[in-house]
Design a protein around this ligand. Structure first.
Ligand code: ADP
Ligand code: MG
Ligand code: MG
Length: 869
């Protein structure tokens, strides 16, 4: 096979093979832009490297040297030649951009002899030794894995000795000495001399880039951004151009628009007489790019022309890396630029209006995940400027919140019950802190990563959360936080920015996001394009309101559990479960009917003519039962039943594995009156609204956890009989439908049987994933983390749908269902539903709708449009 491509053999469509950087370099060569020539070793070569015990196979080495001699011809220079040396950069480049995560080596090909040649050829000795010094440092750090700091120490020492501020001020002689010290360092650290053979340098550098694919930060970055580890990185070998040749040279980085707010116009920085990383390393302060206009008027004009051209060619805002060598411009990289959510929205709308892209393309310019940033309150920019930054950590869950520091869950609960806003601050959280997390505005931890307990729980509750603030010392006993020499106590307020991970002292003003303006425009385009309907999960009228606000077209899952647990209603249910007298059960349920009817009515009123799917009770026994002696005692007093008798009954009901026990429809089989009462509430609420407000509501009644067709028929009969009774009594009728959740694998396998009776399906992917894998949703986080670390799982299957297993079940069930009811309505609900990959899967499976939490609705609307494009 072919494992190495010259730049003129590639194109932008080959990013899987050439990586993003390589593909775009090739594309720029193809359209005639000034890019130093080179070649790309493919991602497939990287994968072979890993499969072949971290060796590069002979055939690949051969191809590399073939392309190297082609490069010699094109550049008219010779690799390793003393009088006319070819120097190259060896650059990583993965399929998805991972800025700064992997490694790049510049000036490769230099050794004690070629450096002399370079000096003569360029008539610039200082430049040659500067390049050599840089090369040894990068090679030593990246290939030989000697800490950068050891090299820095040496050169810093030299600067001090010479009493100069910048490396730029070091003379040739100084650089020679630095080089000597660098080589000694390498000898001491590795026991070997620094490699003088350019071919060995090259192959070692290529291997180091392959290795860097699995360095810690790259692995973490991939996990955070859901990038597959199996992709591998390509390696680009490119002839060098030099920005460190003097004051007519330089290097810079630019964006074709402002990546922070999206305003048009070039945005970037530039450094004279510099190379590569100098711009970002912060050693010297770069100049704004606009100043190039005076220093390099012709180059700047050319640069503006090319930026515009690149933006048009790639149909997106570009992030460009370039170098000027003796007043000549060279492009070294161009890629679609990362940008804030706010900028993304503005740029997409602007580019459509400028005629650069059409609406369909515009909706692909936003990251669905990023959009959620726009939906949470944010700190006001002006106020932020005047606020003291304390520290930063990992932005685990978005939001912008302020509160008083609390060091324990109890303190947080107490304060919040007094109406105070608090930030729960811990070394790390454990499940015992849950109540405190609920009570707090935000959560801050010193330890933990993006998948730590605090992070996961906070995201699931929509709490703002920052984890892993390693600079911060939390003393939970003394109740202090120490950051450097700042000490904070329970008296202090702090503010968390969950979008950036920044922690601020005191209060910061917030702004609530507008869904209008450019954002509104994009969402309107998305709605025009998508075919998948987006509903929300909402359990009460408040959530229904926010669902409508975010553009939901209905409720796909209205859970009724809260209606049983709110206030003192749990007592009614407890009485029911713990008594054996049927009349008492009915009496208990009749007390609940008016509550439920009122709640359904309020939800219908918000939703108006939008569809609402209501799920009958899905709780397991153990969630109702008292479990402490005091609780049982209290209940025994209230119910006037002896403690012993009550306790015995509770023991009878105890289950070792409640998630696979008495829950879902099984409850309705044992207690048909629950289903009947709920149905009555659902129907009467609709009837009342029809009479009072002339609203035509067609309730969709959903039975959870069905595994068998007979189970469904049994409960459906209760539902239908109840409805008939209501209609007769009220002398009125309504449209309604009765369907089921498919969340037990057996239901998916026998979906055709179930579809004989069920009128719609809703795939409950949380349980379906749990039961398909046999992984407990609530306890398996540790296992999943370990599986991800060991690359057994690429993603958490509770976050991103497992297409091959769970997805296959869904596909099968959908097809089986349609053999019986060709137009059967099908959707999915569950936490994964708002996940862009899941949305895309649902679109391709031909489901009618997805239902996700209200905040995720805009994300899902966008993802559904992108699935079409
Ligand atoms: P990253 O992916 O971290 O941006 P790059 O491979 O883009 O790493 O390299 C970083 C910088 O090194 C580039 O922006 C450029 O300034 C410099 N560089 C890379 N290759 C060359 C080259 N052939 N000639 C001159 N400078 C180069
Ligand atoms: Mg780069
Ligand atoms: Mg379920």
């Amino acid at each position: 096979g072919k494992f190495v491509y010259s730049f003129n053999e590639g194109s932008k469509d080959m990013r899987n093979l050439l990586g993003g950087k390589g593909a775009n370099l090739a594309e720029m060569i193809q359209i005639g832009l000034p890019v130093p020539f080179g070649f790309t070793v493919t991602t497939e070569a990287c994968n072979r490297y890993y499969n072949e015990e971290c060796e590069i196979a002979e055939d690949i080495i051969e191809q590399i040297f073939e392309k190297l001699s082609e490069l010699e011809n094109v550049t008219d220079k010779i690799f390793g030649d003393v009088s006319n040396p070819l120097l190259v950069s060896v650059r990583s480049g993965s399929v998805f951009s991972m800025p700064g995560m992997m490694d790049t080596i510049l000036n490769l090909g230099l050794n004690d002899e070629t450096v002399v040649g370079l000096a003569e050829l360029s008539k610039n000795e200082r430049f040659a030794y500067d390049s050599y010094r840089r090369f040894i440092q990068m090679f030593g750090n990246i290939v030989l894995e000697i800490p950068k700091s050891k090299f820095e120490e040496i050169i810093n020492g030299k600067r001090q000795e010479r009493n100069c501020q910048f490396n730029l001020d070091l003379k040739t002689e100084d650089l020679r000495e630095v080089i000597k010290l660098y080589k000694e360092l390498i000898k001491n650290e590795t026991g070997r001399e620094f490699t003088q053979d350019p071919k060995k340098q090259l192959m070692q550098a290529v291997m180091a880039v392959f290795r860097s694919w699995n360095n810690e930060r790259a692995v973490l970055y991939r996990q955070l951004n859901n990038i597959s580890s199996s992709l591998g990185t390509a390696v680009n070998v490119q002839s060098m151009v030099f920005g460190n040749m003097g004051d007519n040279s330089g290097t810079g980085v630019a964006f074709t628009r402002n990546p922070i707010n999206g305003e048009p116009g070039i945005f970037g920085e530039f450094l004279i007489n510099a190379q590569g990383e100098d711009v970002v390393s912060g050693i010297r302060t770069p100049q704004p790019i606009s100043e190039m206009a005076e220093l390099f008027p012709d180059v700047y004009k050319e640069f503006l022309r090319i930026s515009k051209l690149l933006e048009e060619h790639f149909s997106d805002m570009q992030n460009i890396e370039f170098t000027v060598e003796k007043n000549k411009l060279f492009l070294l990289q161009s890629r679609n630029a990362k940008r804030t959510a706010e900028a993304a929205v503005k740029i997409a709308v602007d580019m459509e209006q400028e005629g650069l892209i059409d609406k369909k393309t515009a909706v692909t310019k936003l990251e669905p995940r990023q959009i959620s940033q726009l939906l949470h309150p944010r700190f006001e920019g002006e106020d932020l400027k005047n606020t003291q930054r304390l520290t930063s950590g990992l932005p685990a869950s978005p939001g912008a919140v302020t509160g008083r520091i609390c060091f324990s869950a109890q303190a947080a609960q107490l304060a919040s019950s007094n109406g105070e806003k608090v930030i729960l601050t811990r070394v790390e959280t454990s499940p015992e802190d849950l109540a405190g997390m609920v009570a707090a505005e935000g959560i801050l931890t010193a330890r933990g990563g993006m998948t730590s307990h605090a992070a996961v729980v906070a995201r699931s509750m929509g709490r703002c959360c920052i984890v892993g603030c390693s600079e911060m010392k939390v003393d939970e006993l003394k109740k202090t936080i120490t950051i450097g020499n700042i000490v904070l106590t329970e008296e202090d307020c702090i503010s968390l920015d969950g979008n950036t991970g920044m922690v601020y002292k005191g209060e910061v003003k917030t702004v609530t996001p507008e869904l209008s303006g450019n954002f509104g425009i994009i969402m309107k385009w998305a709605d025009e394009i998508r075919t998948l309907k987006i509903r929300a999960n909402a359990d009460n009228y408040q959530e229904a309101r926010s669902a409508v606000h975010f553009g939901a077209e209905g409720i796909g899952l209205c859970r009724t559990e809260q209606m049983f647990l709110k206030e003192n209603r749990i007592y009614i249910i407890r009485r029911m479960l713990l008594t054996d007298n049927e009349d008492k059960i009915r009496e208990a349920l009749l007390q609940l009917l008016p509550f439920q009817k009122k709640e359904f009515k309020a939800i219908y009123e918000v939703m108006q003519d939008r569809p609402v799917t209501i799920r009958l009770l899905d709780l397991s026994f153990h969630e109702f039962l008292p479990n402490t002696t005091e609780e049982i005692q209290r209940l025994s007093d209230q119910m006037n039943v002896p403690y012993e008798k009550l306790n015995k009954r509770i023991e009878e009901l105890h289950e070792l594995n409640p998630m696979m026990g008495y829950r879902g429809c099984r409850l309705a089989v044992t207690y048909p009156d629950i289903a009947a009462m709920q149905t009555e509430a659902i129907i009467l609420a609709a009837i009342e609204l029809k009479r009072e407000k002339n609203l035509e509501i067609s309730p969709e009644i959903m039975i959870p956890m069905i595994a068998l067709e007979k189970e469904f028929t049994f409960i459906k009969k209760i539902v239908v009989d109840t409805i008939d009774r209501c209609f007769k009594k009220e002398n009125i009728t309504l449209n309604y439908s009765v369907g089921t959740m498919i969340e037990v694998p057996r239901a998916a396998l026998t979906a055709d049987e179930i579809a004989q009776e069920a009128e719609f399906f809703s795939f409950g992917t949380n349980d379906l994933t749990q039961m398909t894998f046999g992984f407990s949703r609530s306890d398996s986080l540790k296992i999943i983390q370990e599986y991800r670390q060991k690359m057994i799982f690429e993603n958490n299957p509770f976050e991103t749908i497992d297409k091959n297993g769970v997805g296959k079940l869904i596909n099968m069930a959908a097809e089986l269902g349609r053999t019986v009811r060709p137009n059967m309505k099908m959707g999915i609900c569950g936490e994964q539903a708002g996940n862009p990959e899941t949305v895309e899967f649902c679109h391709s499976t031909g489901l009618n709708y997805i239902s996700c939490s209200p905040y995720r609705v805009p994300v899902a609307r966008l993802a559904a449009a992108q699935a079409v494009v």
